[in-house]
Design a protein around this ligand. Structure first.
Ligand SMILES: [Zn+2]
Ligand SMILES: [Zn+2]
Length: 259
């Protein structure tokens, strides 16, 4: 049986966690059916590193952005550099960007200012935005509406809300991305969200090296494990895994304009 056709919409392949064995990680991903991956920058240096990997690997694309954790270090020069990198070949999105009021590694007002500037950049560059949101749904949704996110489109990455929040994200024109936590026994509202989101608005991701699915918890996550999340989402929706995987891959390819 051939493997399903999977698209990992959110990975951090350029992180040091993979420095020792990236060729093996990519080989396992391909063997598991992961035919396309987007590797996501979190500041200027990692955005450049993401572009470098995408330049070497035909099935990897890049996103450039400044994570809310890194917002405090993002001066005007850093934002200008992200704007420049956003125009590089194989850059398919601006991200990840957003608000993280769980860890608060950058002051909240600084997070919001950087988030708004990078949403504007996504609009200007006509690239979809990849949104990180932790314990900040009301603020993120308010800012996304004010900044007219529908013009660029994007993904609510590693979705952690309930169906009411999902509804509001869909109304803003965003796709919803489910990650490893949907496979956890204590997945809270996520199984309901997996059933709720229309098939043409859903994608999946690993967010590797973080958030390994059930069965690999406590280990480094990697794109090959995306199949476990896909199996769980298909089970929750009562759909055949291969058909669902193909559909989710189509959604991601359309958003990122990847052939
Ligand atoms: Zn994130
Ligand atoms: Zn991430």
């Amino acid at each position: 049986m051939s493997p399903p056709d999977l698209f990992d919409t959110h990975a951090h392949l350029h992180f040091p966690d993979f420095a020792g064995d990236l060729p093996d990680v990519l080989a396992r991903a391909r063997a598991a059916g992961v035919s396309r991956m987007v590797t996501i920058g979190t500041d200027v240096a990692t955005s450049q590193a993401a572009i470098d990997i995408a330049g070497r690997e035909a099935d990897v694309w890049a996103a450039v952005g400044i994570h809310p954790h890194d917002a405090a270090a993002a001066d005007d020069a850093a934002v200008a550099e992200i704007a420049r990198l956003a125009r590089a070949p194989r850059v398919v999105a601006v991200g990840e960007i957003g608000l993280d009021f769980f860890r608060n590694l950058s002051p909240r007002d600084v997070q919001e200012r950087v988030f708004r500037r990078l949403l504007a950049l996504g609009r200007e560059a006509r690239k979809p935005v990849l949104i990180h949101c932790r314990d900040a749904h009301e603020d993120v949704l308010r800012i996304l509406a004010q900044e007219m996110v529908a013009e660029s489109g994007g993904i609510m990455h590693c979705f952690s809300g309930d169906t009411a929040i999902a509804r509001r994200c869909l109304d803003l024109g965003l796709l919803i991305s489910l990650a490893g936590p949907v496979t956890y026994p204590n997945a809270r509202a996520l199984p309901e969200v997996a059933r709720f989101v229309p098939a043409d608005r859903l994608v999946i991701e690993t967010d590797c090296p973080f958030l390994p699915p059930q069965g690999h918890r406590g280990q480094r996550n990697e794109p090959a494990y995306l199949a476990l999340t896909a199996v769980r989402v298909a089970e929750l929706r009562g759909e055949a895994m291969d058909a669902l995987a193909a559909r989710l891959t189509d959604n991601a390819r359309a958003l990122f304009k990847i052939p």
